[in-house]
Design a binder for this molecule. Sequence first.
Ligand code: PHE
Length: 448
Amino acid sequence: MAIQTSTERGSWNSRLGFILAAAGSAVGLGNIWGFPTKVATEGGAAYLIIYLLCTFLIGFPVMVAELSIGRASRRNPVGAFRALSSNKFFPLVGLWGVICGVMILSFYSVIAGWAFGYAIEEIFYFLGWTQMADLLTDTGNGWKNALLAVIFMLATIKIITGGVSDGIEKATKTMMPLLIGIIVIMILYVLTQDGAMEGVREYLLPDFSRITTDLVFSAMGQAFFSLSLGMGALITYGSYLSKKENIPQVAAFVTLADVGIAFLAGLLIIPAMYVARSAGIEIFVGDQLASSTDLVFQILPALFHTIGGFVGVTLGVVFFLLLSIAALTSTISLLEVPVSYVIDEHQMERSKAAWLVGLGVTFISVIIAFQTSLIGSFSYIFSDLGLPIGGLLICLFIAFVWKKEEALNELEHGFPTIKQSLFAKVWPVFLYVICPAAIAYNIISNFL
Ligand code: PHE
């Protein structure tokens, strides 16, 4: 097999570039759509607390694990496990990750397409073109869903053909700061509106009696999804990372950026729900909050329409563009995983691999565009279950196959004193015991 050097494989131009790209992968629909709507429907501040615990206690150690496996092997998830041990099982774990990536991307691009469609809808509505606007908000319209998902996939493929630093890094470097700026401005606006404070209370004052095994399972899946863990996206991004970088430190930045943006998105969307209610928009169905898709894709547009005028349309367009940008920096990481697999393992040239894999995923997306009821089962299998199981196996790989000494040797690059640090004592405990036990316990109790 031809061994590629790291420059041929691509590498990040700068540390900031890597952090923004990895944070861009992490920050996506999961943060701005998934997290706030789950908080709203599944337990308010109690959900927030469990989510934070899952992120820091399970997600962060797994992120360090993925990045170190990636950087040590300089390979895609399948090749990485193969390069670091002769064990025959773990390359299959990598393959499971590649499959999860493909399947998640196929429904993710449909939802991302909705978000983009809503940005255009806001303009049509403002111009009074209501028929066109209604078409764009009809999430049951297969042709419309398919067209938007295809546009989204083409944009993703185009960026991936550009490669690591000129494609992924350049694109996320401009999109990420823009995204943070937009969220902050929108929060400032929403918090000054009537009703917002009721949402803030719901978001920040916990009612611990709402914590159930379902809530914990959901929060754990959400943490994995949101941090892009468990399927090798960060093995892949780690494979382009320089030996100069301190992995625990960059992982901490990425985790904080992801949690920070999820937290801000919650602070925007949950109060916005209550602002909508005080403007007369129904947000409860019976005594239940509207379902998660409705919360963002119906109630928010209704709120923007009620605000109306130039302010309403601007907020609407900006919000849905924000969601689209966040989704795009995630879809590129989802596509990069199978593409890097094809490049490394089948020695295919990057742009050919990007088009081949990308069009394959697009084909599945089109099916889902017509059959949106598949989204629920796909996300349960490949995300809620698939990612934590992947994370569990990654922990076991370091603990029992690759061994913690080797992992720490890798982490020593960029963090020369690591072996004397507290991190070297605590991290293995998480990989051997805490993460696997917590993940397994959650999955089993979800089945029971
Ligand atoms: N983290 C992304 C989000 O929150 C989704 C994602 C999952 C991206 C897995 C890559 C890998 O939307």
